[in-house]
Ligand binder design. Structure first.
Ligand code: GTR
Length: 444
């Protein structure tokens, strides 16, 4: 172990210790005992006891692959950052795409001057992706505040059930699937208009001067292991290797295509587009933000294992569990680490660090122990030295804050919210507080 590594490990160990002490004084979050008890009873094979978290050593962020230290911002940008991005590509999310880029075009199918009872303007945009004779596509729904005085900052977020589920707006189109598609295999065929409206508090978002753009994730590639030949990955069928792009890779690629459109839309403030996602789509938002630096800010909501949480902690969902249940989310090579996360030259603090110096916000939930709230916080903490190196404030605290006590000051923001695995209006409001501050939104 290099001396730098030792320092990192000791630092983390001290932090964990201090955080427990602070918790005893009621200031710092501790996993709720009743929830812990429930989970341990339900599933004894999963580690939920903080005292049993193994000792681990995180791969150093500021040491190059050849062992030399990263001395300044320039070395980070020119050398270490590309090195880390490439490690994530090769071992986790896969390269996307292999063997040429598909063409991507978009057309505005509908532009309505008024929607949502006069609160918004609405656009629906169709994307076509082509490679040779193969075709794929996706639909983007954009709401902008109707009274916007200039280009609007926008949140771009994938949705789980179809664009028609995010509000009861009757004019939003359902995704189109080939005649006879099986509703058992396609989530959006079963979902109803407005089903997921609770996760998209549009009045609050638009009322604060933000726009919202969304795409149904499975249009880019069905969320199934047997669907590699469908969606955008289908454009490269037969060309997948062990590091060929994963489903998350495909979804993240789609987010960048959506960004191409937002950049081209003069009503959007394209220098203030935040990519955001919940759960598996939080993992996707992190990967999209790492790959595409046009995203000014990145938000991970309850992303857990493979997202913001440190894999080496083994707490809650593990690499093996996620690779077994969702083998298509990551590339084949990631499975080699099922029983040995320690052999990985990456951990998730490095994914957070790839956002630097841009603002990144991580949300955990009190009862969502499967996603390891503490592991998400420690990941933010371990990413902090890169922000420091780049001369901007990172995480403002060294111990976990209390429940519902957001950390908004530095460019790494964090909160752990009351309740379970979800994306709530409380989360949105804190994320907007953070965005107001760090994207320097001028409301005059
Ligand atoms: C869970 C999975 C998590 C999380 C979640 C989701 O079952 O274990 O990693 O991503 O699904 O995306 O809903």
């Amino acid at each position: 172990m290099t001396p730098k590594c030792m320092i990192n490990v000791c630092f983390l160990m001290i932090c964990v210790g201090v955080s427990r002490m602070a918790g005893a004084q009621g200031q710092s979050w501790e996993a709720p005992a009743d929830r812990l008890g429930q989970l341990e009873e339900r599933d004894a094979t999963t580690l939920y006891d903080e005292n049993r978290v193994p000792d681990y050593v995180l791969p150093p962020l500021l040491v190059n692959a050849d062992g030399s230290p990263v001395r300044d911002a320039r070395q980070w940008v020119m050398r270490r950052r590309p090195e880390i991005l490439s490690i994530f590509e090769r071992f986790m999310f896969g390269r996307s795409p292999i063997g040429g880029t598909p063409t991507s075009s978009f057309s505005v199918r509908e532009a309505a001057g008024s929607a949502l009872d006069g609160l918004a303007k609405r656009e629906q945009v169709r994307f076509e992706f082509a490679r040779g004779t193969e075709r794929a596509g996706m639909d983007l729904l954009l709401y902008l505040p109707r009274e916007a005085k200039g280009p609007t900052p926008v949140f771009l977020i994938l949705n789980f059930g179809g664009n028609h589920t995010i509000s009861v707006d009757p004019s939003v189109e359902r995704p189109k699937w080939p005649e006879g598609s099986d509703p058992g295999l396609v989530r959006s065929l079963k979902s109803e208009r407005g089903d997921r409206a609770g996760r998209f508090p549009l009045a609050a978002i638009l009322g604060r001067g933000y726009g919202l753009a969304t795409v149904y994730y499975e249009e880019m590639g069905p969320d199934r292991g047997d669907a590699v030949s469908q969606g955008v990955r289908g454009l490269f069928n037969g060309r997948q290797g062990r590091d060929g792009w994963s489903s998350i890779g495909a979804w993240a690629w789609g987010l960048s295509r959506a960004m191409d459109y937002l950049v081209a839309n003069p009503e959007v403030d394209s220098r203030r587009v935040t990519v955001m996602g919940h759960s598996r789509l939080g993992k996707t938002a992190l990967w999209a933000g790492a790959r595409d630096q046009r995203f000014a800010m990145v938000v991970s909501n309850c992303s857990g294992c493979g997202g913001a949480a440190l894999s080496r902690r083994h707490y809650g969902e593990t690499v093996k569990r996620i690779n077994t249940r969702f083998p298509h989310w990551f590339c084949e090579k990631f499975k080699s680490f099922n029983d040995d996360e320690g052999a990985l030259t990456l951990d998730q603090h490095m994914l957070i660090a790839l956002m630097a110096p841009r603002p990144v916000y991580v949300v955990s939930a009190d009862e969502d122990l499967w996603a390891d709230p503490r592991g998400e916080f420690l990941s933010c903490l371990a990413a902090d030295p890169v922000y420091d190196l780049l001369g901007v404030p990172g995480l403002e605290a060294e111990t976990m804050p209390g429940l519902d006590r957001p950390l908004l000051k530095g460019r790494i923001g964090y909160h752990v919210r009351s309740g379970g695995h979800d994306l709530t209006e409380y989360d949105w409001r804190r994320v907007m507080d953070f965005a107001d501050r760090h994207l320097e939104i001028n409301r005059e």
